[in-house]
Design a protein around this ligand. Structure first.
Ligand SMILES: NC(=O)c1ccc[n+]([C@@H]2O[C@H](COP(=O)([O-])OP(=O)(O)OC[C@H]3O[C@@H](n4cnc5c(N)ncnc54)[C@H](O)[C@@H]3O)[C@@H](O)[C@H]2O)c1
Length: 358
């Protein structure tokens, strides 16, 4: 299982690599090269369209040219695109070499770098080619987030809050408090940094480390998503449908995954309340908290008409989700903090509930 290495700075990362290391690094992170003196660095371009086999093959060619063998070690340095690609390369090169990650986006630190899902897209299919192979370790360090643009940072917040909704009510409260403060700070100063450091960097480091530990624990118990790991899909069924609608229709602005997850979590809480006959209290709290940290909570609007995505469009996209089983769909329903269930809901029933959602 992967070890979560929690560190205040990057000074100890190189010592973990050994003598035969290759660093696959996002080209936007050249300022981090100085921490990898003497290592062979393979720079890659990122972007969802670059997460494909056409990016994988030149890396393999370079590894061959440089004499990488089964004893070599690969470190992926970057956001989720880089860790997905680097992990995939490492798990197929010469049938697999040892590897680890230094995630540099909040989304990658809290989610993408943990769990061993590596892979690339093919044509319109996301993450359709890949492996489940665990990295040896994941180096979590808040300092690397200092250069992350605010929208990218914000997109990671939804995954952090999702994890705490599932596993830790106290940490959820602490995270909402911290990220709300960060949002206020950003609105006032136009930056996430307070001097050289991120606003409340130590608090952030603690929150991200805790979140990473939770995800790592789930993966250790259920690497192949047969039970508990499915809970991590909270908010994602609606999120994937929202992302699909926005991507397929130019009348909608592109939406980031983390933003779609925020909207998806609120919708899932509303469905839970309706389906299970609960009050809307938790959905209301979630909506207020996510909005307070700067995430969207309402369905995206058509740029021309100003109208929100129609529920029918969303339901059409949702029916194509891989969690559909026959006429039903696996759905993660949050009733309250640390009170979430995995239900198989008949699609007809879900349609009726969704059409009524406010
Ligand atoms: N494997 C998994 O379990 C898993 C889980 C969730 C998401 N993902 C994948 O993660 C990808 C998205 O990851 P992401 O949001 O981290 O995107 P990303 O890797 O594209 O990074 C976002 C942007 O930030 C830049 N960047 C990264 N770190 C930076 C830093 N410290 N300073 C300045 N700029 C920096 C990158 O160059 C890029 O432009 C998706 O492809 C998604 O499918 C995988």
């Amino acid at each position: 299982m992967s070890k979560i290495q929690i560190n205040k700075d990057l000074s100890s990362v190189k010592a973990l690599l050994g003598n035969d290391a290759f660093v696959i690094m996002d080209n936007n992170l050249k300022h981090l090269c100085r921490y990898f003196d003497g290592c062979r660095i393979i720079g890659i371009e990122t972007g969802e369209q670059k997460k494909c086999m056409e990016s994988v093959l030149p890396i393999i060619e370079r590894l061959l040219d440089e004499g990488a063998d089964r004893g070599s070690f690969i470190l992926g340095v970057g956001g989720g695109i880089t860790t997905d690609i680097a992990g995939f390369v490492a798990s197929i090169y010469k049938r697999g070499v040892r590897f680890a990650f230094l995630p540099t986006t909040l989304l990658a630190q809290a989610d993408a770098s943990i769990g061993g899902k590596n892979g690339v897209n093919f044509e319109a299919y996301k993450n359709i080619i890949g492996t489940i192979t665990q990295p040896e370790w994941i180096y979590i360090c808040a300092e690397v987030l200092r250069t992350l643009p605010a929208p990218q940072f914000r997109a990671g917040i939804a995954e952090v809050l999702k994890t705490f909704v599932l596993f830790d009510a106290a940490a959820y409260g602490e995270a909402v408090d911290y990220f709300t403060g960060l949002n206020g700070f950003f609105k006032e100063r136009g930056t996430l940094c307070d001097g050289a450091e991120l606003y409340g960097e130590e608090r952030l480091q603690l929150l991200v480390s805790k979140c990473a530990e939770y995800k790592s624990g789930v993966v250790e118990r259920d690497a192949f998503e047969r039970g508990e790991r499915r809970m991590l899909n909270l908010g994602h069924t609606f999120a994937h449908a929202i992302e699909k609608v926005c991507a397929d229709d130019e009348n909608f602005a592109p939406i980031m995954h983390g933003e779609a997850v925020a909207i998806g979590m609120v919708l899932a809480a509303k469905v839970a309340a309706k389906l299970l006959g609960l009050s809307n209290g938790f959905a209301g709290r979630l909506e207020a908290d996510l909005s307070g940290v700067g995430l969207p909570v309402g369905l995206p609007c058509n740029i021309k008409s100003g109208k929100a995505v129609e529920m029918d469009m969303l339901l059409d996209a949702l029916k194509k989700d891989k969690k559909v089983a026959g006429n039903s769909i696996h759905f993660i329903l949050p009733k309250d903090l640390q009170d979430v269930c995995d239900m198989l809901i008949p699609i007809k029933e879900l349609e009726e509930i969704c059409r009524d959602l406010r």
